[in-house]
Design a protein around this ligand. Structure first.
Ligand SMILES: N[C@@H](CCC(=O)N[C@@H](CS)C(=O)NCC(=O)O)C(=O)O
Length: 263
C-alpha cells in the first residue's frame, strides 16, 4: 500500500466520527487526529467551514485533499488499500452496500434526534434566547436547523422524534433479520456495512434503549463488535467515561417518555 498522510477532524463521541475511526482501526491505518468540541461550536469556526461547509464531523484529509461524508470516507479508505482482507471482504459484498449505507444515513438522522431530545435538549433550553437563536442560525443546512428547533421547542412530542421512532421501527427489524441470517450483516465476514451501522446501535445501548430490540442475535452482533480490537482502539479508548455516564443518566430519564411514544 502506498503511504498516504491522513488527517481526521472528528469528535470523540460523534457517531459519524466513530464509523470512520472504526474503519481506520480495521484497516490498521494511522492518522493525525484533530478533535473538535461540538458542544463548544468548533464546527462553526471559519477555518473549519473552509474544509467542511456543512459544519459537521468527520472530515478526512488525504494528502491534503478533503473527503467528506462518513460513508464516502469509509469507502475511500478501503480504496486506498484494496488488497487488505477487510477491503476485499467489503468489495465481495459491494452490491449490498448502497442499501445499507442509505439505511445508515437514515439511522443517523434518527439517532441525532433521539440523542438531542434525550441528552442535549436540556442544556440548549437553558441558553439565553439570543444564544439559542444563534445556535440555530449557525447550522448551514436549513432543514437540519428547523429540525433542531422543533426538537428543542417540542421535545418528545416533536415531529423529528416521531419520525426517528418510525425509522427505528423500520431499521431495527432489518438489523435483527440480518443478524439472524448470518454472523455479520452481509455474510460470514465483517464489512464496512457492520462498521456503518454499529455506532448507532451502540448509542442506543449507551442510552439504555437496547430494550427496543430485547436481546437476540442483534445483541450478540453488538457484543461481538465490542470485542473486536477495532472497537477498543476507535471507541472504548477514546470516548470519555463522563460521556458514557451522561448518556446512561440522560437515557434513564428519557426512556419513560420515549416508551410512551412507541405504539
Ligand atoms: N452525513 C454526514 C453527517 C455528519 C454529522 O451530522 N455529524 C454530526 C456528528 S455525528 C455533527 O457534526 N454534528 C454537528 C452539530 O450537531 O452541530 C456524515 O455522514 O458525515
Amino acid at each position: 500500500m502506498a503511504h498516504h498522510r491522513l488527517t481526521l477532524y472528528h469528535s470523540l463521541t460523534s457517531v459519524c466520527s466513530q464509523k470512520v475511526r472504526l474503519t481506520l482501526a480495521e484497516l490498521g491505518m494511522g492518522f493525525e487526529s484533530r478533535v473538535l468540541d461540538l458542544k463548544k461550536g468548533d464546527q462553526f469556526a471559519p477555518d473549519y467551514l473552509k474544509l467542511n461547509p456543512n459544519a459537521v464531523v468527520p472530515t478526512l484529509l488525504v494528502d491534503g485533499h478533503v473527503v467528506l461524508q462518513s460513508n464516502t470516507i469509509m469507502q475511500h479508505l478501503c480504496a486506498l488499500d484494496p488488497q487488505h482482507p477487510f477491503s476485499s471482504a467489503t468489495a465481495d459484498h459491494a452490491g449490498a452496500c448502497p442499501l445499507w449505507f442509505e439505511r445508515a444515513a437514515r439511522f443517523h438522522i434518527a439517532i441525532h434526534a433521539i440523542t438531542y431530545v434525550s441528552v442535549n435538549r436540556k442544556k440548549l433550553l437553558a441558553l439565553p434566547t439570543e444564544q439559542l437563536e444563534q445556535r440555530f442560525r449557525n447550522i448551514p443546512d436549513p432543514v437540519r436547523s428547523v429540525k433542531l428547533r422543533q426538537i428543542v421547542e417540542d421535545g418528545f412530542e416533536s415531529a423529528p422524534v416521531s419520525a426517528a421512532l418510525e425509522t427505528l421501527g423500520d431499521i431495527l427489524p432489518q438489523l435483527q433479520k440480518a443478524t439472524r441470517t448470518s454472523r455479520w450483516l452481509t455474510g460470514d465476514h465483517l464489512t464496512l456495512v457492520d462498521l456503518a451501522m454499529f455506532p448507532f446501535v451502540h448509542r442506543l445501548h449507551l442510552l439504555g434503549f437496547d430494550q427496543l430490540w430485547a436481546g437476540g442475535d442483534l445483541t450478540s452482533w453488538h457484543r461481538d463488535m465490542m470485542q473486536r480490537p477495532g472497537f477498543q482502539t476507535a471507541i472504548a479508548a477514546v470516548v470519555p467515561p463522563s460521556a458514557i455516564e451522561n448518556f446512561a443518566a440522560a437515557g434513564q430519564l428519557a426512556w419513560p417518555q420515549l416508551r410512551a411514544r412507541l405504539h
